[in-house]
Design a protein around this ligand. Structure first.
Ligand code: FAD
Length: 463
């Protein structure tokens, strides 16, 4: 069977489904092809289910340790089967069925099957019921990424990837995580809160190596309190799975050590899903990392074929994919737009959270700017104190002469939401004074941003 469409989108993650809906809103006849599950990695085995487990861990810990409030709950137990059921059937299913409904409401045709290019104008799709052909005028490739496997740690049995880590049937007594980046640290924190003994082996000298050291130190202190063991400069060498347990061999500065656990979860990064797409038939090549080169409008070498999300340059983040989706859909629909942003927020949902956007002080200086920082500790914020969560700080990076905001970094409770204000301020070219003059509700964590601007202006009230 051959279908004809104006725009075909391959992949229905936060890149693909957003592109399909926006292109349809702008008048395109759109077909979306999804090979696994509607909603992509993000909704099914990424952002959303991980945050559900993180929330379960927090709630469990709060219930166990609420006696400082005079709340005593001797009966707290964890039924992890129920936790997983809530995550899968309430959280993930509600969202993914909602996305399917939104696609249908916007008259996007859904084809479930794996797509491959047969030419620069045609796709072959293998569905459960047979093969289909889709002739298209424009295509958006949004096929996302998958976990990287490392030598000595073939996935299977007790060697799992992040997807396996999200769907464990029981909380492991002991969990080893290889890779202390964002995904490993988030899930390590969640399982520690749920009662597992967690060891994180990180190859570089610092946990969460993409964030500044002083932010990470706050998380490390909290990890220590949870009993998480972090081993840096650790080279993971091999895993031996005896069916009951798995023994991991790793080396630090040449000295080999072994650690035995119920599972070893490998979270060392992700690779782009670009190898099995027939890209050569479409006349598109990939770079050495498997990413598809694109211009500022997300056009590939073939101007009518676009690529967005984890398969193009930049951080592998859901909100980046969705931003790119909207730009590509608008370009396809005849709008003269191109990518234009000053910062992509990066959030790590550890305990406490880290969030950053725009430039760090070092980056601003390296870019030749006379930059300064202003830092406000959560300890001096009434709301943080009333939430019993005073670890951390808000730091603003600004240009000395103009007081223009260049960046911000937060570690502490609510960082994931607070970063939005700093992002908007940077995007809108706001100065410290603009934020200082904005009335912030009280008592809120957002007041820490206003307080940080007042420190930058030399007129702090709360310090
Ligand atoms: P994906 O979401 O990967 O979707 C691609 C889709 O394309 C998939 O459904 C796939 O089945 C489909 N596909 C692939 N090939 C084909 C084909 N040939 N034919 C048809 N369909 C195909 N990001 C954040 O911003 N915040 C977070 O908190 C966060 N947490 C994460 C936690 C975990 C555990 C993981 C693994 C990732 C997390 N991420 C997070 C990253 C985020 O999930 C990705 O950046 C995002 O999903 C990328 O979106 P995408 O649209 O590019 O691709």
């Amino acid at each position: 069977m051959t279908k004809k469409t104006e725009t075909v989108v391959i992949g229905s993650g936060p890149g693909g489904y957003v592109a399909a809906i926006r292109a349809a809103q702008l008048g395109q006849k759109v077909t979306i092809v999804e090979g696994k599950h509607i909603g992509g990695v993000c909704l099914n085995v990424g952002c959303i289910p991980s945050k559900a487990l993180i929330h379960a861990g927090h709630t469990y810990q709060e219930s166990l340790h609420a006696s400082y409030l005079g709340i005593k709950n001797a009966q707290t137990t964890l039924d992890f089967t129920a936790t997983q059921k809530w995550k899968d059937e309430t959280v993930v299913r509600t969202l993914t069925s909602g996305i399917r409904m939104l696609l249908q409401k916007n008259k996007v045709q859904i084809v479930e099957g794996r797509a491959r290019f047969t030419s620069a104008k045609q796709l072959a799709v293998q569905t459960q019921t047979g093969a289909e052909t889709i002739d298209f005028q424009q295509a958006i490739i949004a096929t996302g990424s998958q976990p990287i496997e490392i030598p000595g740690f073939a996935f299977g049995g007790r060697v799992i990837d992040s997807t396996g880590g999200l769907s464990l049937k029981e909380v492991p007594k002991k969990l080893v995580i290889i890779g202390g980046g964002v995904i490993g640290s988030e899930l390590g924190g969640a399982y520690a809160n749920l009662g597992a003994e967690v060891t994180i082996l990180e190859g570089s000298p610092q946990l969460l190596p993409t964030y500044e050291k002083d932010l990470v130190q706050v998380v490390e202190t909290s990890f220590k309190k949870k009993g998480i063991q972090v081993v840096t400069n650790a080279l993971a060498k091999a895993a031996k799975d005896d069916g009951q347990q798995v023994t991991v061999t790793y080396a630090v500065k040449g000295k080999e050590t072994q650690v035995t656990a119920d599972y070893v979860m490998v979270t060392v990064g992700r690779k782009a899903n670009t190898t099995d797409l027939g890209l050569e038939k479409a006349g598109i090549s990939v770079d050495p990392r498997g990413l598809i080169p694109v211009n500022d409008q997300y056009q590939t070498k073939q101007k009518h074929i676009y690529a967005i999300g984890d398969i193009v340059e930049g951080p592998a983040l859901a909100h980046k994919a969705s931003y790119e989706a909207k730009v590509a859909a608008e370009v396809i629909s005849g709008k003269n737009v191109a990518k234009d942003y000053r910062g992509i927020p990066a959030i790590c949902f550890t305990d406490p959270e880290i969030a950053s956007v725009g430039q760090t002080l070092a980056e601003a200086k390296a870019a030749g700017k006379q930059a300064k920082t202003a830092t406000f500790p959560l300890q001096a914020n009434g709301r943080a104190l009333s939430l019993n969560a005073t670890e951390g700080f808000v730091r603003l990076v600004f240009e000395e002469e103009t007081e223009l905001l260049l960046g911000g970094q937060i570690v502490g409770i609510g960082a994931s939401d607070l970063i939005a204000e700093i992002t908007l301020a940077i995007e809108s070219y706001l100065t410290l004074e603009d934020i200082a003059l904005t009335i912030h509700g009280h008592p809120t964590l957002s007041e820490t941003i206003m307080d940080a601007t007042e420190i930058g202006l030399g007129l702090p009230i709360h310090m």
